[in-house]
Ligand binder design. Structure first.
Ligand SMILES: C[S@@+](CC[C@H](N)C(=O)[O-])C[C@H]1O[C@@H](n2cnc3c(N)ncnc32)[C@H](O)[C@@H]1O
Length: 291
């Protein structure tokens, strides 16, 4: 199933609830106060109150045990009078609100690493990671396939030190800090993808849509493979160019999504662009454009 429409996040998440809940929400909502807000063609910059409403709607839209993976950051702006430009707290307020008020579990803290853009770094560091917040609706074990993230180790089987695990078996730790077992690198909590453009995102076709705030296809593929069961349904209520939809169709998962914005250059609705991209993946003659 591919169900992507021009609609608000509330409408998309209500549609999930009406279906009896989805297994995964994988999304990147608009960032509060972001410079890119006007480029979406949606009316206003986002405020933290909307993150609260989003938390309630995501909880209701998930099956018990379902996961929500939310990429959200806080632009560098003046957010406290008198303190100059600082990175804001919006992402962390969202995490605490969804955990403490809405009632989500926070199984671990993930970071999405990507190359920071060149720019002015006076008085601060270059930004090369963003929060990748992980929530789980309590009530069932849910789906979790960490093995799908395993990768052959560039270091082979060798490691600089050998250590004993709690169960008595041994593992090697290489100098970079990656955990390697039998030539396989096990994913940790830093999920790095290099660039989000210039052919590094995993999809030249998605890059060519010109969406101003995409996440990499490789990130969406990892999230869907790890947190959505093979016959499951994933939802992205802020679909943008359709990155998460392309990941779902590539991996054979059903997808529900929406977006309210339109491309700045020609006014074409992002939901239509996302649906076309997802449909193209379902068509074997066009797949190579996207993956
Ligand atoms: C950070 S972008 C998501 C980009 C997407 N992950 C991708 O890879 O292309 C956020 C999207 O939210 C959409 N949006 C803004 N307000 C919305 C709302 N109230 N309901 C649904 N979509 C909205 C914008 O049009 C924008 O495309």
């Amino acid at each position: 199933m591919i169900d992507i429409r021009h609609r608000s996040f509330e409408e998309t998440l209500l549609a999930c609830e009406a279906l009896g809940g989805v297994d995964l929400i994988v999304t990147s909502p608009p960032y509060c106060d972001a410079r890119t807000a006007s480029a979406y063609g949606t009316a206003d910059a986002w405020r933290e109150e909307q993150y609260k409403a989003l938390g309630d709607a995501c909880f209701a839209a998930l099956k018990p045990g379902g996961h929500a993976i939310v990429n959200v950051d806080a632009p560098v702006r003046e957010w406290r009078k008198g303190f100059g430009t600082e990175r804001g707290f919006h992402a962390w307020r969202l995490m605490l609100d969804w955990a403490e008020r809405v009632g989500f579990r926070v199984p671990d803290r993930l970071a999405f690493g990507r190359n920071g853009l060149p720019g002015a770094y006076g008085g601060r560091f270059r930004n090369d990671w963003e929060p990748l917040l992980w929530f789980q609706r309590p009530g069932a074990d849910g789906y979790f396939d960490k093995a799908s993230l395993d990768a052959p180790s560039p270091y082979g089987c060798s490691g600089t030190t050998t250590q004993r695990k709690a169960d008595g078996t041994m593992y090697s730790r290489v100098a970079s800090g990656a955990a390697v077992e039998n030539g396989i690198t096990r994913r940790g909590t830093l999920w790095s993808y290099g660039g989000t453009g210039h052919g590094q995102s995993g999809s030249a076709g998605l890059e060519a849509t010109g969406h101003p705030a995409r996440f990499p296809l490789r990130l969406a593929i990892d999230v869907v493979a790890c947190f959505c069961p093979p016959e499951g349904i994933a939802c992205d209520p802020f679909m943008g160019s359709g990155t998460s939809a392309v990941a779902c169709v590539t991996l054979g998962r059903s997808v529900i999504g929406g977006d309210l914005g339109a491309r700045e250059t020609d006014g074409k609705r992002w939901a239509d662009i996302a649906r076309e991209n997802a449909d193209a993946i379902a068509n074997p003659t066009q797949q190579s454009l996207f993956v």
